[in-house]
Ligand binder design. Structure first.
Ligand code: ATP
Length: 357
């Protein structure tokens, strides 16, 4: 496999503000990569730097083996797809598609043929004579993507392309974008703050925070083995439960701190007695059992059901969220036992947040 995008020790400063901190990234040709993280983490800066819209301060950025640091945007051969679509309002769909080819000197008939071919792939053939204002949000997004596809770029750069769409259309469009990616086999870099979007669409997820890459890898690897508490809390919905704990005297169990009460939990490994740590348990990895039959008991607080799943909150501090499929039987005020699968228990260093193996 050849590397299509390479970033080595990339830093970006806006004046004194350090927006990208020593970013290293190697993306193989044909990979769908999602850059994900909270607002302000630097994902757009990273994408815009790839597009050449921002100049990196130090480090090396390569596309298809060529150093891009000083190459202007239009010579990078990458196509950006924005959430605002950035369509030309006074041009029809067809004109929007052919425009970028025409300004590159492609003949009218040839550009039109290319537009028709792309429109077939993206399902726009019947809309070619319409203006952007006569299209739905999803259709506009398809035009924006078609305009990128028609140029056969070395990489597609998506900047939160689905943010303006309603929830149902987002789910539909993310499948459509992924299917298109599979057909075109192009390298795609996709910025989103939505971890579900990142997890469902990407082959490789890069989790960022405060200008650094916290972890990168295959989506389910991040889910199963988050490198630190931040990634553990960011990936997965509803979010992982965190409880402060301390390693017990035998080193083989931890004592979970619920303020007024404590709970003992065996751990698979042996740790130094007295070590403070943060324990993490995903809501779907806690099983409700009869009182006295689990690792520990908790009183039930609020119970919410969507019909297909039930979310149970314990009346403890911190509160634990438990997810059961179906309607579930727990009621507010019940005392329930919690069964915890030790293989699914995550332990994090209390000071650094790093995973404890
Ligand atoms: P969001 O999801 O809110 O778009 P983001 O992760 O894409 O966030 P960036 O837009 O990359 O974040 O911004 C990263 C940081 O750099 C932010 O703190 C932002 O305020 C800062 N920043 C971005 N552009 C500039 C600029 N032109 N001048 C100064 N600071 C900037």
């Amino acid at each position: 496999m050849t590397l299509q995008i390479e970033l080595n020790g990339v830093n970006k400063y806006y004046g004194a503000f350090h927006a990208l901190k020593d970013i290293n990234l190697a993306i193989e040709e044909g990979t769908f990569v999602a850059l994900v993280g909270p607002s302000g983490c630097g994902k757009s800066t990273l994408l815009r730097s790839l597009a050449g819209l921002e100049k990196i301060s130090t480090g090396e950025m390569k596309i298809a083996g060529q150093l891009m640091n000083d190459v202007p945007p239009r010579k990078r051969d990458v196509a950006m797809v924005f959430q605002s679509y950035a369509l030309y309002p006074h041009m029809t769909v067809e004109e929007n598609l052919t425009y970028s080819l025409r300004i590159r000197g492609v003949k009218k008939a040839e550009a039109r043929k290319a537009a028709e071919e792309v429109a077939l792939t993206t399902g726009l053939s019947h809309l070619m004579k319409r203006y952007p204002r006569e299209l739905s949000g999803g259709q506009r997004q398809r035009v924006a993507m078609s305009r990128a596809i028609i140029r056969h770029p070395k990489a597609f750069l998506f900047d939160e392309p689905l943010s303006n769409l309603d929830a149902a259309l987002r789910v539909h469009m993310r499948k459509e974008i992924r299917a298109l990616h599979d057909r075109l086999k192009a390298t795609s870099v996709y910025v989103t703050h939505d971890q579900i979007e990142a997890m469902t669409m990407a082959d490789h997820v890069v989790v960022m925070r405060d200008g650094i890459i916290e972890q990168q890898g295959r989506p389910l690897d991040l889910y199963d083995r988050p490198a630190n508490k931040f990634v553990a809390g960011f990936i997965g919905s509803p979010a992982m439960n965190f409880i402060q704990a301390i390693v017990g005297e035998d080193g083989a169990h931890i004592v979970l701190d619920f303020g007024k009460t404590q709970a003992k939990l065996a751990i698979g490994s042996r740790l130094s007695p007295g070590t403070p740590l943060t324990a993490g348990i995903r809501p779907e990895h806690i099983k409700i059992v009869a009182e006295g039959q689990g690792a520990f008991d908790v009183p039930v607080g609020i119970v919410e059901s969507t019909g297909s799943a039930t979310f149970i909150a314990s009346a403890t501090t911190p509160e634990l969220t438990i997810v059961e499929t179906g309607r579930g039987g727990a009621k507010s005020g019940d005392i329930i036992g919690l069964g915890i699968d030790l293989a699914q228990l995550h332990l994090f260093d209390i000071a650094t947040g790093r995973r404890i193996e």
